[in-house]
Every structure is written in C-alpha cells, then in structure tokens.
Write a protein that binds this ligand. Structure first.
Ligand code: 9MR
Length: 352
C-alpha cells in the first residue's frame, strides 16, 4: 500500500524560492562532495512509491540486500536466476545510481542443494569459479564494485569454517586465506574492470579481527593479489561508540593503497513496547552517524558510505532482535528524515 502521507522533502526543496538557501538533500551533498552515498535495497519494495522516490532522490548508489546472494541467484541447481538483481540494476540505471554487488562468496545463505550436496573439493572449486564468472559477466559494466568475499574471519581473526574453506572447501583447506585469494583471482579474471572488495563485520575499529583483516590485505597487496578495497560493515548498537579507532583503522587500510567503503551502516536503538525509540536516543544516534561519516570523509581513500536500508519501515534489525531493537536508519517509518539524516548531510557537506 502506498504511504498516505509520504514526506516528499525533495519536492518542497525543489519548489522553494525563498532567499534562505534550503539545506541540501543527501544525494546533492554527496554529489557535491564527490562521495558515494548508498543503501541496501530490496527489489520487491521498489513498487512502493514512497520507497522508490526516497531512494532515487536521496542516494547515488544502491546495493541489493539479498538479491545477488547465492540463495537468490542459485535457488535451483544448474540454473542462474538474475531477475531480482536485474530489477535493482534497472532502477539504478534509470536514476543514474552506481551499483555495488553483494556477495559472491559467503559461508551463509547458500542454497540447500549446495550446502547439503556432498560435493568434492574439485566440484566445489568448479562451482565457485563458474558462479563468480557467470554472475560477474552478467553484470559487467553495470556493477562497478563487488563484495567478492564476505565475512570469512571469526572474532579472533581466524579463517571461519565454510563450505568454501574446509567443509570440504575448494581444495585449499588448512591453507589459511588462500581460498579467499583464489576467489579474488577468479573475480579479476571474470571482470577486470570491477573493483573488488573484501567485506567484513566487527572489524571496524582496532581489535584482533581488524588486525587480522589488515594483515591479510597487506599480504595480498604485497603479492599483487587483485583487490581494490575493504568494506567495513558498521552495524552499530552502542550509542557511545568511540570512532577514533575507526578513523585509525581506515587510515592504516587506505595507507595500503586500498579504498575503504562503509558498507552496511546502521545504528540500532532499544524500542519500547509500542515499537518506538526515545527521542534522546535518536539524538545520540545522530551523533554516532555524524562521527562515523566524519571518520570516512576526512580520509580521501574512504570513498563510499552506505546504510543497510534507509527507512525504519524495513530493516533486518526488527526480525533479528525479535522487535526489541530497531529505528536504526536515516528515515522513520513514514519516510521522514531523522536527526541522523541531518547529521549525515552536514558532515558530508563539510568534506575537506
Ligand atoms: O539484511 C540481510 C537479511 O535480509 C538477510 O536475511 C541476511 C541473510 O542473508 O543478510 C542480511 O544482510 C547481512 C549482509 O548480507 C552481510 N552482513 C550482515 C548483514 C546483516 O545480517
């Protein structure tokens, strides 16, 4: 159903003729600052007029939240289904937005036929190379950057168990990050123009995990493994997050010659029994957004900031937390911009 009272802020701005300069929309601020500002999207929501209008007016980049994952593209053995991913790409083309692809290799969300298929390492190696090649060639020239490998390390920085690593793996089990390297080499062969990213959670600041990510990427760069960047997911649940370690981590990663993208930013809040966050928490949330955006835009190598959805009407956090947390995004459930939105526009506008 259409939102009966969407906040068409862009229309108001467009019609504003008063002497007072209107504040910029997020997309305008991003374009002026030459930074990519994106969001995860779900193709089945593009028919919601308020959803698609907010998306196209406020962002210059999109990433399919689930539509390019194995379980969507490969729900049937032996076939590729690009319909959902294509919907996102068509929307982006129509609205001059860039598309990030997510993701080609992950231990999660693989279809049952694959996870329970008892394939040999040789078969898995062939399946993964074919998947990477077919998907990247299908989107060649349309997806400018890919999360090639997602969340391959555990909280201590060790390579996680995965069908692609050691269960039984593609033939490189017990060889640490070698299977990750192999995936990047296959990705580069498939689409030499695409930017290739390693995307990870909970390695945003300085800790065992981010040290391991840094060591892996330094090794890859030293040995000319084709990799262009690292995605720092940034799912935040602490309102008092210290962003100094995040800035330091961005600095050491970009010093390797890698781009950093903030890929999945959201800041979840506790909700009361009627599903609302406290106003004071929304203000503290805005400060978290502000400081994260600042940490990115102050480093020239941090080239994209993406939120994991944009309206509190639709977010993975609700189901994940059984409704106890939410309100994590830039717009409320009626598409009204929140204090976090204003903070983000302000910080992007101040980009040096
Ligand atoms: O938001 C995504 C949710 O809709 C999916 O059910 C889930 C499993 O595929 O993945 C969520 O997105 C995740 C992303 O792909 C990788 N980083 C963590 C994200 C939140 O769980």
């Amino acid at each position: 159903m259409l939102n009966p009272c969407p906040n068409f802020r862009w229309l108001v701005l467009f019609l504003t003729t008063t002497a007072a300069a209107p504040s910029l929309l997020l997309r305008q601020a991003a374009d002026q600052a030459q930074v990519l500002v994106g969001t995860a999207v779900r193709p089945y929501l593009l028919s919601d007029a308020a959803y698609s209008a907010t998306l196209s007016h406020e962002f210059n980049m999109v990433e399919p939240e689930d539509a390019m994952k194995w379980w969507t593209v490969r729900h049937t053995a032996g076939a590729f289904d690009f319909r959902e991913g294509d919907q996102v790409v068509q929307f982006a083309l129509a609205h001059r937005m860039k598309v990030r692809g997510h993701c080609l290799v992950w231990d999660h969300n693989n279809p049952d036929w694959l996870a329970q298929g008892h394939f040999t390492p040789t078969q898995l190696s062939q399946l993964l190379q074919e998947h990477i090649a077919t998907v990247m060639k299908h989107y060649s020239g349309q997806v400018f950057a890919w999360d090639v490998v997602n969340e391959a390390l555990d909280e201590n920085g060790h390579v996680k168990n995965s069908p692609w690593y050691n269960q039984p793996g593609v033939g490189l089990s017990d060889k640490g990050t070698a299977y990750i390297e192999q995936a990047f080499r296959w990705a580069h062969e498939a689409d030499p123009q695409a930017l290739l990213f390693y995307n990870e959670a909970e390695g945003e600041g300085l800790n065992h995990k981010s040290d391991a990510i840094y060591a892996m990427l330094k090794d890859f760069k030293q040995r000319s493994v084709p990799i262009d960047g690292v995605g720092l997911q940034m799912h935040v649940s602490q309102p008092d997050l210290d962003t100094a370690p995040i800035a330091a981590n961005i600095a050491r990663l970009t010093a390797l010659g890698l781009q950093v993208h903030i890929t999945e930013l959201d800041v979840s809040l506790p909700l009361d029994s009627s599903g609302h966050a406290q106003h004071s928490d929304l203000l503290r949330q805005a400060e978290v957004y502000r400081r994260i955006v600042r940490a990115c835009v102050q480093n020239r190598g941090c080239t994209a900031i993406q939120t994991w959805g944009f309206t509190d009407k639709y977010s993975w956090i609700g189901s994940h937390s059984h409704g106890t947390r939410g309100a994590a995004l830039l717009f409320d459930r009626t598409y009204k911009p929140k204090p976090a939105y204003d903070a983000m526009v302000e910080e992007i506008s101040r980009k040096p």
